[in-house]
Each structure stands twice: as structure tokens, then as C-alpha cells.
Design a protein. Sequence first.
Length: 156
Amino acid sequence: MARRKTWREKLADDKDLPKVARIEGTLSRRWGSGTVVVPAPREVDAAMRKVPKGRIVTINEIRAHLARIHRATIGCPLTTGIFAWIAAHAADEAAADGVKRITPYWRTLKSGGELNPKFPGGVAALKTRLEAEGHRIVQKGRRSVVVDFEKVLFKL
């Protein structure tokens, strides 16, 4: 049986990405017209690494940043989210191996300032890290969000 790839190996596997493609067919109903960039996993990780302590970024900000870099209309929401998830787990894996400078994945939020429960440690761990950096987290229904996240949004 084949050995399972580590998170860091998954992050390093660019799979012939990035690619910019024309938005066509059923996708045009959801995304409109123009082009979409499917980023490489390491591009998403690089964007996440730029966010300094005390600031945050949303997946939508990362998507817009990647679209600008590649001169595309939009960044793919599906792959950008998946690659952010992989980057978070790769960083957690690296930290478990004693690496000190890891991707600060806890600073990457879902749209609306929501903490991503699929990131390592879940909402509780993210909340602890964000509060240690001066952010206030509140519950809005089932979601945990950073209060006034727009004021500390990092522009990539």
C-alpha cells in the first residue's frame, strides 16, 4: 500500500498550477463572465504568510489578491479554500516537528470574519491564538467571528 503524503508534501505539489481559464458554461451563472485563476497551493500559503501579527485576512481577500497577480477576473473559491486548509495543516504539522516560523493560518478567516472550524485545533484553538494577538471573538449563532474584523483587515 502506498504511503500517505504529509500535509507539507501536499502543499508542495503544485499539480501544474496556477492556471487561468475562461469562465464558461454553468460556472458563468454563478461567477459571471471573464477568467478564473486556479492558484497553486504554495501561492495561497505565501499570501497567508504575509499577514502580520494583530491583523487578519479573509479567503475572499486572498482570492482577490491572486486574481490581481494573474490578471484574472476572480480567484477560484473552491481551490483557494482547499489550499488554505492544506496550508493550515502543513503549518500545524511543521510546528509539531519543532519548526518555529510557520504560516499564521489562524489569521485567515472565512468571509464575514468567521473562524474556520476545519483549521487545526478547531474554533477553540483559533480563538485562543487570535485573542492572544488582541482580537475579540464573539458567537453569532453557530459561528464564531472576529469583532470589527474589517478594521484590522490586511490588504494583500
